[in-house]
Write a protein that binds this ligand. Structure first.
Ligand code: SAH
Length: 598
């Protein structure tokens, strides 16, 4: 008999008991040598005949199995992971059946699960995604038209991509075209469960660079989706209030969390069209880039729509005359630090014109993407772009940094446009060589650009590398939090722009003032239970009172480190007053010199 056996993802003790027993019994083993760990073959009998299928064709594999069968021997066909995923077993099973040879299949632990284990991830987080899409990028093997990566990406579900690590640029472009955001969390897991397992967490936008930097092109899975890093709802199954088949619950099922009623356009892009032709074009763009389409033909007013979307959307796209868009946005424009990207596209789709926030807001890049999708020209007018000169604010945006001292951008750009050099002094590592016109200095005079989370007079590119831990008493107002926060930033000598998210204990997750405060800064509030915060290793400012009321001896410091993740350090310990405590954790960041997407 022929036994198809899943070898597991790599670690030799991740084969099933049944698979191990079959291996130990086999007279002949045909193993997929490119991925199966040779250590597994040590389970075989000394006289077992081994064949590496990496060097064989299908007829050769079948011939080996057929002659073993004719000699009355037991054979194992050993596949990596689970054989039902990209294992090419069906063709072997059919060939055996055609020859009247019996076979069975023993499942294995797919690398898919090895990778999830390495990440400590759950693919199916309540409130985030309840589905996992397992697929691959089309390569030498075609993928059916209806199964393109971009069409799957539109679901926004958790995704696992096999056989795609050698095509990360295309993977990124397809995911973006399907509507994932540049900042959607992603991970590359190389050789999950092997001794040289490597886990690289990144974002959809940085997938290609992350893979290239680590030199990973194969034996890796690409995982994408908010399951990698998003707030979620606790499961119903283990909820004390929830009755299951096996357990009587203690009470009512808690109400479902309120629907997200904010009218923010999905994926952050809001399109407004004025004609049927315009609507069709907007819908085409929406399919490719994500977002939400409105049309004045449906009774939506230009002014109302603009007033509603301007403060909320990441980008506004007017499919119509640029002049109409300019007049509509004029009363709302504040400055490049906070304005959304605004792009006008003519209804025939010939030109995509960034009107505001070309660099920091990403309007230039959006115009280029729009142009790419519909075959238009992007009418880019910013001087640095037309002269192909390094733009500090574009660089900051591509590197996920904020900018402080925005008026100084002009001075730096003017120098570069004049052909002079600008100096950059950075407190974090920047990979690679600076582009033309930029020199990196560590000493000497005041640089043209600082890269730092501390304030400086002048232009500062601010990596979003800090997590703000917060403890507060019940009923605290956002105004008090705001005032204390300003004091904290002054005393800690940090720029508020450097903060990427906030963290606290889960007891506080519905504290209104706190939620308002976080929303006003655009921070996600990450919460951990008393147990989770207690498990954070380190030395903290302990308080008996806090321990008694919350179950953990310190909230702000522990929460900051908890949310900041691996390799983070405590930058600033507890800062207390008016019933509020703050602390800061610092996450490692690695910047590079890439300053243009796409
Ligand atoms: N049947 C296998 C997949 C075989 S296809 C399974 O269930 O895992 C080969 C692809 O699987 C590789 O290109 C890579 O994407 C993935 N893969 C296999 N082993 C892996 C591992 N240990 N870590 C990460 N990816 C792996």
């Amino acid at each position: 008999m022929v036994h198809f056996v899943g070898a597991g993802p790599g670690a030799p003790d991740l084969i099933t008991l049944r698979g191990a027993a079959l291996l130990a019994d086999a007279d002949v083993v045909v193993y997929a040598g490119s991925l199966v760990n040779p250590a597994l073959l040590e389970r075989c009998k000394p006289d077992c005949v081994l064949h590496n299928s990496a060097e064989m064709t299908l007829p050769e594999v079948i011939a080996v199995l057929e002659s073993a069968e004719a000699a009355g021997l037991e054979s194992v066909r050993l596949h990596t992971g689970d054989p039902s995923l990209y294992g090419a077993i069906r063709e072997q099973m059919d060939a055996l059946a055609a020859r009247g040879i019996a076979y069975d299949v023993t499942p294995g632990v797919s690398s898919l699960f090895g990778a999830a284990a390495a990440l400590g991830a759950e693919f199916t987080l309540p409130g985030v995604s309840q589905s996992l899409i397992v697929t691959r990028m089309a390569g030498r093997t075609d993928v059916p038209e209806r199964e393109t990566l971009r069409s799957f990406a539109r679901h926004g579900a958790s995704m696992a991509l096999f056989l795609s690590a050698g095509m990360l640029e295309r993977v990124r472009d397809e995911l973006l075209a399907g509507g994932f955001a540049l900042q959607t969390p992603a991970a590359i897991v190389y050789k999950a469960t092997w001794p040289d397992e490597t886990v690289l967490r990144c974002t959809v936008g940085s997938l290609a660079e992350t893979g290239a930097l680590a030199g990973i092109r194969k034996t890796a899975l690409v995982l994408v989706g908010d399951f990698l890093d998003a707030p979620y709802e606790k499961s119903k199954l283990y909820d004390p209030a929830f009755t299951t088949e096996f357990r009587q619950g203690s009470g009512e099922i808690p109400p479902e969390p309120a629907e997200n009623t904010s009218e923010c356009a999905k994926d952050g892009i809001a399109y407004l069209s004025f004609t049927e032709r315009g609507r069709m074009l907007a819908e085409r763009l929406c399919n490719a880039l994500g977002g939400e389409v409105a049309c004045t033909r449906d009774g939506v007013g230009l002014r109302d729509w603009t007033a509603r979307q301007f403060p909320r959307a990441r980008a506004l796209v007017y499919v119509g005359a640029a002049g109409i868009a300019v007049r509509a946005i004029a009363p709302h424009l504040i400055g490049k630090a906070s304005d959304p990207a605004v792009v006008a596209v003519d209804e025939r789709g010939q030109y995509a014109i960034p009107l505001a926030s070309g660099h920091l807001g990403g309007a230039n890049e959006l115009a280029r993407r729009i142009a790419h999708v519909i075959g238009a020209s992007a009418a880019i007018t910013t001087a640095t772009d037309v002269n192909d000169v390094f733009a500090v604010d574009e660089w900051a945006r591509v590197q996920n940094c904020a900018v402080a001292g925005i008026p100084h951008i002009r001075t730096a750009s003017a120098k570069l446009l004049d052909g002079s050099e600008i100096s950059v002094r950075s407190s974090c590592a920047i990979d690679g060589n600076p582009p033309q016109g930029v020199c990196l200095t560590q000493t000497g005079e005041k640089p043209d650009v600082w890269v730092d989370f501390h304030p400086h007079a002048g232009l500062v590119v601010v990596p979003r590398m800090l997590v703000l831990g917060i403890g507060c008493r019940r009923g605290v107002t956002s105004a008090t939090l705001e005032a204390r926060f300003a004091e904290f930033c002054r005393s800690a000598d940090v720029l508020p722009e450097a903060i990427c998210s906030a963290a606290t204990i889960d007891l506080k997750k519905n504290e209104n003032g706190l939620l308002e405060f976080c929303a006003a800064h655009g921070w996600r509030l990450i919460t951990g239970s008393a147990e989770e915060l207690s498990a954070v290793a380190g030395t903290f400012t302990a308080s008996d009172f806090v321990a008694k009321t919350t179950g953990v001896d310190n909230v702000c410091e522990r929460a900051a480190l908890y949310a900041a993740g691996e390799n983070a350090v405590l930058l600033h310990g507890k800062f207390a007053g008016e019933g509020i405590t703050f602390a800061l954790a610092k996450r490692p960041v690695l910047l590079d010199w890439k300053w243009k997407n796409g």
